[in-house]
Design a protein around this ligand. Structure first.
Ligand SMILES: [Zn+2]
Length: 323
């Protein structure tokens, strides 16, 4: 195969001179190389210029936007925790105060009809991300506003009902009988000794032998003594159909005897391990008109809504009782 010879016109000598093939390749390579570099530099330049040509005002606005977006997101987190707090308040109101005072439960969130108009449409003028965050935040705030309104109404109702029933409220069991950890709740539970499902008529608090036990409402002592599988048992008659029972005690406070009147918070005895148990604890029962009820709903005078939810979760999820 013969190589083709290419010529170049030399302006000095006015003649065509052959070009060496390899030097021609180098020349073509250089041209391509420079063209590509120019294109790359131009693209890079435009990109950089795009940023640099933002006026100082625009630049500070763009930074401000970033900060505002961050603030919005953190506000959203705070609102969520407020929402949880309100939900806990509503739950404890319904389960404790309202049910005990014989009041109907607070209505759940009623969906508000907005007649097909989008009340948050003005946010759509903003960037998609900002618009979405603002929509969510505003709608949650609106919901919270309605919920807070209902809650404060409920609070007024509870206060009124409480004032009307002052004497009864003093007698109702309304505090924790012991400063111990709630271990098992009311309802069907696996019995720790018989190892089969049985109705658990009370709640169990884990407590070392000798932990003080208190009367949970004003009452008259019905009985204090040994009582089969209950071990040392104290029964209080609160009137208004209410009775409380404190089981497995290690002993009673001096002067505790049937017929004596006592006040809420009085020391009545000490927790123990007597009777049929799987370890030291206090078994606490409340009876209303002779029927056991869930004691967890009768601790409203000294637990917070959050504690109530925590106790409820422990109580509902532990399948075992200590009996
Ligand atoms: Zn028990």
């Amino acid at each position: 195969m013969t190589k083709q010879t290419h010529f170049r016109f030399d302006e000095n000598t006015f003649e065509y001179k052959p070009i060496q093939p390899d030097s021609r390749d180098k020349w073509v390579y250089s041209v391509i190389h420079w063209s590509l570099s120019t294109v790359l530099v131009t693209i890079l330049g435009y990109t950089l210029l795009g940023k640099l040509t933002l006026s100082p005002g625009e630049l500070s606005l763009s930074q401000e936007n970033q900060i505002l977006l961050g603030e919005l997101l953190s506000t959203q987190t705070k609102i969520s925790s407020l929402e949880e707090h309100l939900a806990a308040l509503q739950e404890s109101d319904n389960q404790m105060y309202r049910s005990i005072l014989g009041m109907p439960k607070i209505d759940e969130e009623v969906q508000m009809g907005v007649g097909g108009t989008d009340i948050y449409a003005s946010f759509d003028l903003l960037s998609e991300q900002a618009s979405q965050i603002l929509r969510e935040t505003q709608s949650t705030l609106d919901k919270l506003e309605r919920q807070t309104g209902r809650q404060s109404l409920s609070f007024e109702e509870i206060k009124a009902a409480y004032n009307k029933n002052r004497e009864k409220m003093k007698h109702l069991p309304a505090i924790r009988p012991i400063n111990g950890v709630l271990l098992s709740g009311y309802g069907v539970r696996i019995h720790p000794v018989y190892n089969r499902q049985r109705m658990h008529d009370g709640v169990d608090f884990r407590a070392d032998v000798g932990t003080p036990v208190y009367a949970t409402g004003d009452a008259k002592i019905r009985s204090a003594g040994r009582n089969g599988t209950y071990g040392n048992l104290l029964i209080l008659d609160h009137g208004f159909g209410y009775e409380t029972r404190y089981a497995h005690l290690s002993g009673f406070t001096e002067g505790i005897r049937a017929g004596k009147n006592i006040k809420r918070g009085d020391l009545i005895g000490y927790s123990g391990d007597t009777g049929l148990t799987s370890g030291p604890h206090l078994h606490y029962e409340i009876l209303k008109d002779g029927e056991p009820v869930d004691p967890l709903n009768y601790m409203f005078a000294d637990i917070t809504p959050e504690e109530y939810l925590l106790f409820r979760e422990i109580s509902d999820n532990n399948p075992m009782s200590m009996d």
